[in-house]
Design a binder for this molecule. Structure first.
Ligand SMILES: Cc1cc2nc3c(=O)[nH]c(=O)nc-3n(C[C@H](O)[C@H](O)[C@H](O)COP(=O)(O)O)c2cc1C
Ligand code: SF4
Length: 654
């Protein structure tokens, strides 16, 4: 790709004695794929973990960074791989060998979790100073010198093992979580010995670790640092301090700096969701590049190879860190190199699948069912169908589109019938939630794939039994979605009663004083509340739970709450709807039954469970004659994560 449109992105770069074939780094991320076969086997490298990283090498990344913990005291979760454990040898040797076959390099990222843990019952947490991290109430143990020496020895042990097993370099995490940032952080490090008090003292421990690793691995072996440039809190340091740290690291012989930001107290900047602009962190890499001469990587919602090329062209960074984009589409680099930009499945920054790590779940992706299931569903696993079938897919929501995509890839003749004038189903509404337009990428990608394969979508076409009979398919897939239901509030109800879908489809029906009831916990209630608030309505949200939006990904929920509170929304929790009298909505507290009356309401929006629309499925099943399947909301209303996965499975089965 010399002088081609993405020539910078696909040019090599030298890191110590290692040459990367291109500038794309699969950023380190904790996967929770480490084995969990009983206490003794916790945190060992697994086949699942190896396949996940190999897949991204196969997809064309230049460098793959594999997150691991060091020291038995440093694990953030039970299934986080412990780098110092020699039992990882077999899996890691295999993983490195496979990654190398695709021309990629692999670095181990080492982190001691320090004061940050995602375990529900946190273990003893270590920190430079005894104090609970501002993000939680769990207190820490102040590290003693001999404990620090022991941890250091684990870093060295891990680096030595991994160099031997085929890793090409080490990346130390002094980033958004973990022990080493707490040492450099003026707020979190209050020590009065040689490891605290002054800048030089705060830098001492990380620099000692770097020195010890260097001595053990020799010159030339890359030792990079993932560095938090800005803690993004009122108490934390900001990017000017980050640059000061980076300069010291450069002096100490660090090979490159991989920029990063945020911390557990501001998770939004650590794993930026769709409320944070794409490429938000690039300015920090650009400042860093002015200050140091070693290579610098940019990070943070860099999803698009064209955007990546621009960052390199402007001189803001030397390398491009992509984490979730490559979880979502491991083949992004190869597709970009081949000029297939339209085929890239862009990460929508929902953190709804991958973000489950904080709940000790393995990384998955709403948009890519193969994430975490690479062996079974990954690149090259789709087999052509034994017999080419004629398949009718009824409904062009995401369940129908995804099933159609997979079935068509397998060589079936697929036709899609949609009763409305647009494909996308409920994603058409999801993308209307303020700041959530990117959700539309889920259906855009699928629609483009169908178009490229010549799969027709017949719009404004309601498929019924007669239509099926005329088409005479081998198989019918019913993906006709669901319909929201509303309670009967009786004849005394004197206000406009809406479900979230019709509210967003008909904004003209939303009045000035709106009450939203959340009985579902997902996006419907808070999403429509934000929508109504943006239209200028005064909004109240009520829920029986302790807070609204309990099932919304936590960083998005935080952003939503911030937006709603700032717009003056009122929240009523632990209360259920009792009755509506004229324009007064009456709630009662579920614990003490005390009444809350909201008066002069003009619009009541109730988000509660929907009902599957699957009459055609039942009819066809009853009459027989065709292979008939039901998928998505038509089977049971659910979330994108579940539905896309089930559609992929169905597409493979047809
Ligand atoms: C599930 C998950 C786990 C992560 N764990 C790590 C980690 O262990 N080390 C690290 O440096 N960054 C970690 N990150 C942060 C990413 O490397 C990256 O900085 C962040 O996701 C923003 O980049 P992106 O927009 O390309 O995803 C994690 C991100 C995700 C989504
Ligand atoms: S789950 Fe969402 S944020 Fe995570 S990789 Fe997939 S699309 Fe991106």
């Amino acid at each position: 790709m010399q002088n081609g449109p993405l020539s910078r992105l696909f040019s090599p770069i030298q890191l110590g004695n290692v040459t990367l074939k291109n500038r794309i780094i699969f950023l380190a991320h904790w996967t929770n794929y480490g084995n969990n076969h009983g206490y003794k086997e916790d945190g060992l490298a697994s086949e699942r973990l190896a396949m996940h990283y190999i897949e991204r090498a196969k997809g064309g990344a230049g460098l793959v960074c594999v997150t691991q913990s060091v020291s038995p005291t440093g694990q953030m979760g039970r299934t986080m791989v412990q780098a110092h454990d020699e039992r990882n040898e077999k899996v890691f040797r295999y993983m490195c060998e496979e990654i190398h076959k695709y021309g990629a390099k692999v670095f181990g990222q080492f982190n001691h979790c320090g004061h940050t843990s995602c375990m529900q019952r946190p273990p003893l947490l270590y920190a430079p100073t005894q104090m609970p991290g501002p993000h939680c109430y769990v207190n820490t143990k102040e590290l003693e010198i001999d404990e620090m020496e022991e941890i250091k020895s684990y870093y060295v042990k891990a680096a030595v093992y991994e160099k031997e097993w085929g890793f090409d370099g080490v990346e130390l995490k002094i980033a958004h979580d973990g022990l080493l940032r707490t040492f450099i952080s003026p707020y979190l490090n209050r020590r009065t010995d040689q490891y605290g008090g002054s800048f030089e003292n705060r830098m001492r421990y990380p620099l000692e670790i770097i020195g010890a690793i260097r001595e053990a691995v020799g010159d030339g072996y890359p030792i990079g640092v993932r560095l938090c440039m800005d803690e993004f809190t009122e108490w934390g340091y900001s990017w000017d301090y980050g640059i000061r740290v980076a300069k010291e690291l450069e002096k100490a012989g660090v090979t490159y700096i991989n920029s990063d930001a945020g911390c557990f107290s501001n998770y939004n900047f650590e794993i930026p969701n769709n409320y944070i602009p794409m490429g938000f962190g690039v300015y920090m890499a650009a400042e860093l590049k002015k200050a140091v001469r070693i290579p610098v990587a940019a990070f943070g919602r860099i999803n698009d190879p064209v955007q990546a090329e621009m960052i390199l062209e402007e001189g803001s960074a030397d390398m491009i860190g992509m984490c979730r984009q490559l979880i979502c589409d491991p083949e992004t680099p190869n597709k970009a190199r081949e000029g297939r930009l339209d085929d890239i499945r862009h990460c929508v920054a929902c953190s709804e699948g991958c973000g489950m790590v904080t709940q000790q779940e393995g990384v998955v992706c709403v948009h890519n069912p193969a994430a975490g299931r690479e062996k079974r569903l990954g690149i090259g696993t789709l087999e052509k169908a034994g017999r080419r079938k004629k398949i009718m897919v009824v409904g062009a929501g995401i369940a129908g589109l995804k099933t159609a995509e997979i079935a068509a890839r397998r060589g079936h003749e697929v036709k899609v019938y949609e009763k409305t004038s647009q494909a996308g189903g409920q994603m058409l509404l999801a993308e209307k939630i303020p700041m959530r337009a990117e959700m539309g990428e889920v259906y855009r990608y699928l629609r483009v794939q169908l178009q490229n394969m010549g799969v027709p979508i017949f719009y404004n076409c309601r498929a019924d039994e007669e239509k099926v009979r005329q088409e005479s398919p081998d198989a019918v897939v019913i993906a006709t979605g669901s319909r929201p239901v509303l309670p009967d509030l009786g004849k005394d109800c004197g206000l406009t009663l809406l479900d979230p879908r019709s509210a967003m489809e008909h904004p003209e029906r939303i009045g000035e004083k709106v009450v939203v009831i959340d009985r579902i916990g997902y996006w419907q209630a808070l999403g429509v509340a934000d929508y109504a608030a943006c239209l200028g309505a005064s909004v109240s949200v009520a829920t029986e739970r302790l807070f609204a939006g309990v099932d919304i990904e936590e960083t998005c929920r935080e952003n939503l709450n911030r937006r709603l509170y700032r717009k003056g929304a009122e929240f009523y929790t632990s209360c259920r709807l009792k009755e509506v009298i004229s324009d007064t909505v009456v709630f009662e507290n579920i614990f003490n039954h005390k009444e809350i009356r909201l008066e002069h309401v003009d619009t009541l929006i109730i988000a509660q469970e929907s009902r599957s629309e699957n009459q055609l499925y039942r009819l066809l099943k009853q009459k027989g004659g065709y292979e008939t399947y039901c998928v998505g909301d038509a089977a049971a209303p659910g979330t994108v994560l579940r539905i896309i996965f089930e559609a992929e499975e169905l597409g493979r089965k047809l």
